[in-house]
Design a protein around this ligand. Structure first.
Ligand code: F6P
Length: 551
């Protein structure tokens, strides 16, 4: 890959400047910055249409942001972004282009990958999906015995599961009660067994979602689903009850899936970026094709924003730079994703794959070890539940955890004060993290409460909040399909910018291979097959203990 766009000397110089800013700001408190500048919110907030990013509650000032933007320029973020859009093989270890943006492109121009305009193929698959979705939802495509489908089970894992499962849950208000979507990913038979419990084979459709159509978990689950169906409806029913989403069309056919039920995509769509492709079919079945198109359009809007907006006003870039500031300069190793939306409770899990599979890397584009930290640990849970679990550590623990709060202004359900309380809690948390509470404040409170001085002195340190803890807040009108598309694309591009700054390949995932390979090697040991390999003493000990406990 052409790395001339990444200027190591300038990147190093930008990091040195940022180190100096950190030293300068070490004793600066955000609460004083807010008190000293009533325009701080306006200065450090930015919008993309209806989506507002407030990043004013961060350990920053204008010189910090200037140096962060200098870093982005030095790392060649803009030229790398352009290279991605131009279809260059920026996934250089797999020698592939990265063009998931084409899947949600709303314009009329060509999008060329490897010398070919990919838009006609994309539109062809979308058109086929639209017909299929319409017919299933209308009960015109039925099961083998002529009954309309009521339950659809998506079988996939990683990118072939997390995106559709998260989006379906997030968009429940757009789904129909008489067409239920289920997601089976884990090779643990419990996942399939629990899902199938209560389902009627005659009214159940299976979608096998796998880019490669070789992933062991998915193939194992697909075989069990097939057996369950065949046991009840016979072999002939398979083609009426199975569909496939894959780049590996011959393997789908070999499984027995009819050509009309195979929806393809392409190798320039990474697994964790595939929710926009045919992998999104279960979403379209759940929310209807028009809503699915809105979902794509929202992501398309974010693409235009990311591609055309100067870095200084560019949401994904700003979020990425703040992440780099904390990860590399302050040494904060995790990032919490905290949507104040119960239906977004799989969003953090989705972003774990998107971010950690992308940027959990240690080797640069020049095949050298990276010199600093790369991808943070992503975790989180929806509010307010998390407040009663792990927020204690976020407020008073020894680690500083930058947080992203997400909140829709308008709920789907108007139920008394529920949403007002949800919003108040969301705003309260970022305010509390920023402000903290000093020892003097605590002592004054205890005094007013009438506590005697000795007891107050003992208790007070436990009630102090150090504050100055950073967060972003993303605010949007409503969690509709378009907004969700926009939010996901925002995080995708954030991850891209961080990968560009760390000079790593954000689009491969070699780190998942060793475990897969060893699991294959270990299966004969677990099954007690002759000729199975020997292992280290711990693994052998575990295998022996496993066998002695088998009932
Ligand atoms: O976990 C590795 C991985 O390759 C992911 O990147 C991918 O999303 C997942 O497995 C599933 O792969 P496939 O869609 O090919 O079954």
């Amino acid at each position: 890959m052409d790395q001339t766009k990444f200027d190591q000397t300038k990147v190093d110089a930008a990091f040195l400047k940022l180190d100096a800013h950190k030293t300068r700001l070490q004793n600066t408190r955000m609460r004083d910055q807010f008190a000293g500048d009533p325009t701080r919110f306006g200065l450090f907030s930015v919008s993309c249409g209806d989506l507002l990013l407030d990043y004013s509650k961060n350990r920053i000032d204008t010189p910090v942001m200037t140096s962060l933007f200098d870093l982005a320029h030095a790392a060649g973020v803009e030229s790398k972004r352009d290279a991605m859009w131009a279809g260059e093989h920026i996934n250089f270890t797999e020698d592939r282009a990265v063009q998931h943006m084409a899947l949600r492109y709303q314009g009329d121009s060509e999008v060329v990958v490897d010398g070919l305009d990919v838009m006609p193929d994309i539109r062809r698959v979308l058109a086929a999906m639209k017909i299929f979705v319409g017919d299933v939802r209308a009960g015109e495509i039925t099961g083998h015995s002529g009954q309309a489908f009521t339950d659809i089970v998506n079988i996939g894992i990683g990118g072939s599961d997390l995106g559709p499962a998260m989006v379906t849950a997030a968009l429940v208000p757009y789904t129909r009660a008489d067409l239920r979507l289920h997601y089976v990913s884990n090779v643990d038979g419990a996942h399939m067994a629990d899902t199938l419990k209560g389902l009627d084979p005659a009214r159940t459709m299976f979608i096998i979602a796998s880019k490669t159509f070789t992933t062991d978990e998915t193939m194992t689950n697909a075989a069990s689903a097939r057996e369950w169906l065949v046991n009840s409806l016979g072999d002939d029913a398979v083609q009426d009850h199975f569909a496939a989403l894959s780049t590996n069309i011959p393997a789908c056919k070999a499984f027995g899936i009819s050509e009309a039920r195979i929806f393809g995509f392409w190798d320039w769509v990474g697994g964790r970026y595939s929710v926009w492709s045919a992998i999104g079919l279960p979403i379209a079945l759940a929310i209807g094709f028009d809503n699915f198109e809105q979902f794509l359009a929202g992501a398309g809007e974010m693409d235009i924003h990311f591609r055309d907006t100067p870095l200084e006003k560019n949401l994904p870039t700003i979020m990425a730079l703040l992440g780099v500031w904390y990860r590399n300069v302050w040494g904060f190793s995790t990032q919490a994703i905290l949507p104040y939306d119960q239906r977004m409770n799989r969003f953090a899990a989705y972003l774990q794959q998107q971010d950690m599979e992308s940027n959990g890397k240690s080797v640069t584009a020049e095949n050298k070890s990276v010199s600093g930290a790369t991808g943070p640990i992503i975790w989180g849970e929806s509010g307010t539940n998390g407040q009663h679990a792990f927020y204690q550590l976020i407020h008073q623990g020894t680690d500083i955890i930058p947080c992203d709060f997400l909140l829709a202004v308008n709920p789907h359900e108007m139920m008394g004060q529920h949403h007002a309380k949800l919003a108040a809690n969301c705003f309260a948390q970022s305010e509390a993290l920023m402000l903290g509470k000093t020892l003097e404040q605590v002592l004054a409170e205890l005094d007013i409460a009438g506590m005697d001085e000795d007891r107050a002195k003992q208790l007070a340190p436990h009630k102090v909040f150090s504050g100055n803890r950073p967060s972003n807040t993303l605010l949007y009108s409503k969690l509709d399909p378009k907004t969700l598309g926009k939010l996901i694309a925002l995080y995708e591009h954030k991850v891209f910018v961080q990968g560009a700054i760390w000079n790593i390949n954000s689009f491969d995932q070699w780190g998942v291979e060793l475990g897969k390979q060893l699991a294959k090697d270990l299966l004969p040991n677990v099954l007690d097959k002759a000729g199975a390999a020997t292992h280290d003493s711990s693994t052998e000990g575990l295998l022996a203990a496993f066998k002695t406990r088998q009932i």
